[in-house]
Design a protein around this ligand. Sequence first.
Ligand SMILES: NC(=O)c1ccc[n+]([C@@H]2O[C@H](COP(=O)([O-])OP(=O)(O)OC[C@H]3O[C@@H](n4cnc5c(N)ncnc54)[C@H](OP(=O)(O)O)[C@@H]3O)[C@@H](O)[C@H]2O)c1
Length: 283
Amino acid sequence: MEQRLFGSTKRLVARIGQGTWFIEDAERASAIAALRRGLDLGMTHIDTAELYGGGAAEELVGEAIAGRRNEVFLVSKVLPENAFRSGTRLACEQSLARLDTDRLDCYLLHWRGRHPLEETIAGFEDLQRAGKILSWGVSNFDVPDLRDALAIAGQGEGRFACNQVLYHLQERAIEHAVLPWCERHGVAVTAYSPFGHGNFPGSGTEGGRVLAKIAAAYEATPRQVALAFLTRRPSLFAIPKAIPPAHAEENAGAGDLQLSDSDVALIDAVFPRGPQPRALPVL
Ligand SMILES: NC(=O)c1ccc[n+]([C@@H]2O[C@H](COP(=O)([O-])OP(=O)(O)OC[C@H]3O[C@@H](n4cnc5c(N)ncnc54)[C@H](OP(=O)(O)O)[C@@H]3O)[C@@H](O)[C@H]2O)c1
């Protein structure tokens, strides 16, 4: 499993990690086995949130990583409604309790809400000083939001590490402005819903056929090719969610797959980036 520098953290993090949205709905033993199998195969970046299952996903992650905490780059998220200064601290304490750990490796604002970003970032900094989070970041931020966060936080080690965003073959909007901005400012970009939240291109579609053809050349699978494409730049990470351990194994197999320029061009042709959602100068 390739490891990459995760934004300003100066830490090496697995290129392919594991998501946990709706994981609590699955058969518990299978979900825990998948997360553990994923860890065995190097998918040590685990993403969760207080939102998921109202905390049930965090509890399940806590069980899965018991005795293996030091292997994991553990990420959770505060809900916007809780993201005022003291609310952020309290939400984090509750996540830590559910995860049965003393620290998060990265703590994210799930999306921007009504509380001023200054409040959230002050909460993150309190938590960082207390050693309860080792870094922090944001999620679902567009360029104007990113600029605001940077203006408040400033740049530097341990500050503003990551932007976690929707990114899959059929949703490439971040490539226009968000990804270039993050790369210029040393912010890691984590692709969530990398399989389109269960809407992966089928084998009977043109896109599915192109993925299968590329996959065959590497003795890989279409999903591994998709993950390799989505993490083709050093700033990018992906966190697919998988329940059966066999799915986790398949996803981990993308961790060292490097596509050629011609593979990328073939994928570009069949899953085009599409127009820029709105005109934004990249500053
Ligand atoms: N920050 C945010 O706002 C935000 C939003 C959405 C998601 N996220 C994070 O991103 C993670 C991933 O996104 P997601 O859960 O929306 O969807 P996803 O990872 O794009 O897709 C999950 C779906 O793909 C299937 N799958 C995974 N690996 C497979 C494989 N090897 N073969 C066949 N099917 C496979 C899963 O089925 P099985 O379960 O049966 O394996 C599930 O149906 C979330 O779990 C969450 O941690 C963050």
